[in-house]
Write a protein of this length. Structure first.
Length: 844
């Protein structure tokens, strides 16, 4: 409480507290004795307020006395001084804190009563809890009716005050020589400076900090450094989200509870806001003056520890031409031990900012903070559960808590525990609360619709044609409103439950992952892969089967968790469906084309083109943009990555892919690790296929009698070509070599039907039916079949013989409703309209 003075009323209450303890035959002075002294001091402002709130003072007194009976001992001599308990000392500390928060210059009975209200578990707090009185609401009423306690008189009193820069108690300055104008000027400056710091120990006393679970080893290390004689300034280093600030808050809570060594028991931790210090410093020297005043203030108080979050921000902060930054201002006071400081920063920022300044780095002792384990994260969430349940008015199941940790750890790879799990828990609670609000909003909308229907019904006569229909609609809305109101009332009476499904939906949005995958319902989809793919991928049943088996094997948990889901090298001639299979795979597994990343390797034939994949190193133009590959996967970690025509890339690119295929990660130009563990890597190549086609035997082309032997020879030929093209360490990291067949005439007919179906669907949206005769089908297959080029010539034939004619007819705004595409020898294809007599013919 420092030098802040007691008012006469509070001093009288404190003196009477000893008498109350003696009368109650207590061993020591307890918080309940303070409350009894207030009640027994006669009519005062506190008792008047309680009576205005219908509080039975006699019942209150009986409750306090009954509570003290449990600690009653033999009668003691009234002359003997009773010790003050730790709980009573804490009440006095909270009293000073309440006075500071209210801006008072003296400690009043009001502040003592507010402090008693804040101590959960003490007699005063428990009395109001048993009366179902919200202590926070009671506190708000006290502060709202501040004039009831004549606070204007308190604030304008002539009691001397020496409030500090931080709104703390006085430093013991007894100099009263300054005149009134100077005092007012100093008061204004002090009020501005109080905005620079936040008292963490004060927040801990008020119970406004979240509990800290685990981290006993790190807290012990932090405590040891603070207890050193020299170089007693720790800096907490860790990845974003591991709990660096929470660790310091945990130390503040330990100090408040007294679970610290003797040297730290009276300490206060003040968090410095560097943004507030820099803000408004327009002129040279203003920033240095602010920093010097802050350092001088902290240096005068041996019980103050300054905490600088984001310590790297002091490097360069406030620096201008001819001035020093905050880091240089701090160096000398820290070196001489004028005050103690705790810092926290990330690993990257410490390396880039702090370590570069050796003079600053040696003044701090590192406390490294690793991401917590999944088990510890679950315990942290369980401790935080009551706070989030109270805020969102929901109830979390144990499965939901565990899912917050497990799902974020699996699907949110670019953030650390426990921060990402806490975010998932918070958003899941918000989602459940919003869903409940939507139900009540639905009732309101239905009620409005029913009111509109009722109004329309009153405007219609009984014999009106619309009367019966409107009457039926009004009754239906009434029944729906009754059902919705009943359901909303039932749900409103019950606390909304946050389940594992709610968490899965939240994580799905956080990680850009399909909800089916997060909900672990993908097993059925994996089992149906072949049956779905063969409908779109024609003539490649063996290739589809190889890919499906490999993905199922890897997704079942048998694969190395540090590698991609699967890595494949698709081999075969052009136009047989290698790239198309990759697209279908991405859409089927991840349900979005955004999760398909295509890299054309013909663009990476130069050595320096690797920077386009990973991002330019710092110092070069485009450094901030990132790499084409790493940025896509960083934002969409669940993707199919296609390296098209891999053999056309420079050999140096293959070396980059070695790390990706083996460890499932890459480091981009900015030094960030990009996780590829949830990607499917597909590479396509035509190696060996061109040479086989020159010999007249493309992949899959053979007579029935020699089919198996020929295919084995072709595969062996391509494998030999691969060994000449790629290094053994590259080929050895690929899960499967997938061979694609050349397309036969029958395959081309199936492809044609699939493409025609797409045209029918598009034309159907325009209200036009399209049909294809067998003659036209045979003609298009004949025109579009070329075993060297696969299905691409067929696509061009469809464009030439079908789409062009349809486009001309649509642009001429012909009245097309049902169109038949046919072929007559010697004439070509033509389109005839069945409804009208006009015919549109095109000869090709």
């Amino acid at each position: 409480m420092g030098m802040m003075q007691f008012s006469n009323d509070l001093r009288r209450i404190i003196n009477e507290t000893h008498e109350e303890a003696v009368r109650a035959q207590s061993r020591e002075i307890l918080p309940a004795h303070y409350m009894l002294a207030i009640l027994h001091s006669g009519k005062n402002r506190i008792t008047d307020f309680l009576e205005s709130e219908d509080v039975d003072l006699q019942r209150f007194e009986s409750f306090l006395l009954a509570d003290l009976q449990r600690v009653r001992i033999a009668s003691r001599s009234e002359d003997r001084e009773l010790p003050i308990s730790m709980a009573a000392r804490d009440v006095l500390d909270r009293t000073a804190l309440e006075a500071e928060n209210l801006g008072a210059k003296t400690l009043e009975v009001l502040h003592l009563f507010l402090a008693l209200l804040q101590r959960a578990g003490d007699s005063t707090h428990r009395f109001f809890v048993e009366l179902n009185v919200d202590c926070e609401l009671l506190r708000s009423k006290l502060l709202y009716h501040r004039d009831f306690f004549n606070l204007e008189e308190l604030l304008l009193s002539d009691t001397p005050s020496t409030d500090s820069l931080f709104g703390m108690s006085a430093l013991g300055n007894d100099n009263d020589a300054s005149d009134g104008d100077d005092e007012e000027e100093e008061s204004g400056e002090e009020k501005d400076s109080s905005e620079f710091c936040i008292d963490l120990t004060g927040l801990a006393q008020s119970g406004k900090l979240d509990p800290v679970v685990g981290r006993a080893r790190e807290l012990e290390r932090l405590t040891q450094i603070l207890c050193r004689r020299k170089k007693n300034n720790p800096v907490v280093i860790g990845e974003p989200g591991v709990g660096k600030t929470a660790l310091v808050e945990g130390l503040a809570q330990r100090i408040v509870s007294g679970v610290v060594p003797r040297q730290l028991r009276s300490k206060r931790i003040l968090m410095l806001d560097m943004n507030s210090v820099v803000a408004g410093t327009k002129y040279r020297g203003q920033f240095e003056e602010r920093m010097k005043n802050i350092i001088d203030e902290v240096s005068k108080r041996s019980d103050t520890i300054l905490y600088i979050d984001e310590l790297h921000s002091v490097v360069g902060a406030g620096a201008a031409s001819g001035t020093m930054d905050a880091a240089n201002i701090l160096k000398q006071p820290l070196a001489r031990g004028f005050f103690q400081c705790i810092g926290s920063t990330t690993i990257d920022d410490y390396r880039k900012q702090i370590e570069q300044d050796a003079a600053l780095a040696r003044r701090f002792q590192k406390v490294e903070l690793d991401p917590c384990s999944e088990e510890m994260a679950v315990q942290i969430l369980l401790r935080l559960q009551p706070k989030y349940e109270e805020y969102h008015k929901v109830r979390y199941t144990r499965e939901a808590i565990e899912a917050c940790v497990a799902l974020t750890q699996r699907y949110v790879a670019d953030r650390a525990l426990p921060d990402k799990a806490i975010d998932a828990m918070d958003e899941a609670g918000a989602r459940a609360a919003v869903c409940q609000w939507h139900e009540s909003e639905r009732v309101r909308v239905i009620a409005n619709l029913q009111e509109v229907a009722q109004g329309s019904l009153e405007l219609l006569s009984d014999d009106d044609e619309q009367y019966a229909s409107m009457r039926q609609q009004q009754r239906a809305l009434g029944l729906e409103l009754e059902y919705a109101s009943k359901e909303c009332q039932e749900n409103g009476n019950e606390c909304v439950e946050v389940t594992e499904e709610t968490v899965a939906a939240v994580v799905s949005m956080m990680a850009n992952v399909p909800i089916q995958r997060v909900q672990a319902s993908e097993s059925e989809r994996l089992l149906q892969m072949e049956s779905v793919f063969v409908k779109e991928i024609v003539g490649q049943d063996d290739a589809v089967s190889v890919v499906a088996r490999a993905i199922r094997r890897n997704r079942s948990g048998l694969r190395d968790p540090n590698r991609p889901i699967g890595s494949f090298l698709f081999l075969g001639p052009t136009g047989v469906g290698k790239t198309y299979l990759a697209k279908v795979l991405a859409k089927y597994l991840f349900e979005s084309e955004r999760n398909f990343v295509r890299i054309d390797m013909s663009e990476f034939q130069e050595k320096n083109s690797i920077s386009r994949l990973l991002g330019t190193t710092p110092g070069y133009i485009g450094y901030e943009e990132g790499g084409q590959l790493t940025e896509q996967v960083r934002h969409h970690p669940y993707s199919v990555v296609l390296f098209d025509e891999i053999e056309k890339a420079a050999p140096e690119v293959y070396n980059v892919l070695l790390q990706l295929l083996d460890d499932g990660r890459l480091t981009d130009g900015a030094g960030r690790i990009v996780d590829f563990k949830n990607t499917i890597i597909i590479m396509t190549s035509n190696v060996g296929s061109r040479a086989l086609s020159e010999f007249g035997a493309g992949i899959g082309f053979s007579t029935p009698s020699r089919k198996e032997n020929l295919r084995e020879r072709e595969c062996k030929y391509i494998e030999d070509a691969l060994k000449r093209q790629f290094s053994p360490e590259f080929l050895n990291r690929i899960d499967e070599l997938v061979f694609f067949n050349s397309l036969t005439v029958d395959d081309m007919e199936k492809v044609l039907k699939i493409e025609i179906e797409k045209i029918r669907k598009r034309m159907g949206e325009l209200g036009i039916q399209v049909k294809l005769t067998k003659a036209a089908l045979a003609y298009l297959v004949k025109e579009g079949y070329d075993p060297k080029y696969g299905a691409r010539p067929l696509r061009r034939a469809i464009q030439r013989y079908i789409e062009d004619l349809l486009a001309d007819a649509l642009l001429r705004k012909s009245a097309l409703e049902s169109v038949v595409i046919d072929y007559k020898e010697g004439v070509g294809t033509f389109i005839k309209q069945q409804r009208t007599d006009r015919r549109l013919e095109g000869v090709h």
